[in-house]
Design a protein around this ligand. Sequence first.
Ligand code: T4K
Length: 407
Amino acid sequence: MKQTLADLAIYGGPPAFTESLYVGRPNIGDRKLLFDRLEQALDRRWLTNQGPLVREFEERVAGLSGTRHCVAMCNATLALQIGARAMGMTGEVIMPSFTFVATPHALSWIGIKPVFCDIDPRTHLMDPTHVESLITPATTGILGVHLWGQPCAPTSLPQIAARYGLPLLYDAAHAVATRWNGRPLATLGDATVFSFHATKFVNAFEGGALLTDDDGLAATARAMRSFGQTGEDQVSHLGTNAKMSEASAAMGLTSLDAMPEVVARNLANHGRYLSELAGVPGVRVLPFERGNNHQYVVMEIDERITGVSRDTLRAILTTENVNCRSYFAPGCHMMDTYPGSPRLPHTEAVSRRVLGLPTGTAVSDLEVIRVCEIIRFTVAHGHEIAARLRSGSAARTSARPLAPTPR
Ligand code: T4K
């Protein structure tokens, strides 16, 4: 428990944690089940190319997502590329800037220009009114993002897409197994992409999938993920290699088995962060609706109230061995790869305030309580810390770990 500023690790005190906490620590599940599945794959000598474990994984993911098809792939980035291409997107596609850079990069990589829209600062989700205002004759699709597992304009975005005859693809990298009003999020739009990266709710080491009810789209995506082949001697599409391996499917199936345990831990951690940080001036933990997988805990810090910026808080937590992430800063429209993108005030303000906090099965209730103690202590002394920073009595803060004060 920190009593004085000197107790903070940044000012020479002992770090609160001897073992680091992380955002994105993988949930492992039952190792025995994983090793059994890997043994089966080795015994069968069938390791990739739509093996039985991949087919079982696809069936289970389609089942929990309420869609007719799940086309498993090696990651979500390639699934986005294949989805966009299979849906006929070219020219310009409207998407949020406040997302992981994979979202625009996936489409840019296949020659599509991302047109960035702003967000609702309360939810961090794309603002449908702004989307509509950006539609031009060059627009060939909309790419919504179910950020933090939340439903992205679930009523208005499909309506806008239908009104303008545009295909609607959802990046649901964060939204595996999430629901909106009891309805699986993957049933919104024309197609949905999941990520099964190690840091995600369901983890396949690396993995992704395209989900859809459209039989033709699913068949095209299946072909495209495997060199465009539709038969042994038949190539019907331009394709790539985006296949999921049996090892990934073994992990993915094991992770699906572990979902109840993971969601329970996530929910408990999220609830604890909410209660421990409730009423702290200038601090807000995003509340999520029922049906979210709670894979992310996202807080905002308002420097005008607390005195400390997000980057200062992050540096303080890092020296205490709490590794947070400033997901997602800067907005993609501010990146060198997207020069000349118009400014987006809400995205820019939110990306200066957000901090992803450690959660998942690797983080206990007690650890959450201790992380919150440090946040509360920092905010309580925020103006004093800021004054010290201004007078140069601590190392300059940055988003990266500060060089610790010599003990
Ligand atoms: N769309 C959205 C909205 C996304 O968020 C993402 C990916 C995608 C699309 C694309 O999905 P994939 O193509 O990846 O399937 C990480 C993940 O690599 C990335 O998948 C994820 N979003 C993004 C939000 O986070 P980085 O660059 O932040 O990763 P890294 O290596 O810095 O690790 C993040 C944290 O996880 C650290 O605290 C360390 C921890 N970690 C990571 C790994 C890999 C572990 O503890 N163990 C591990 O094995 O991107």
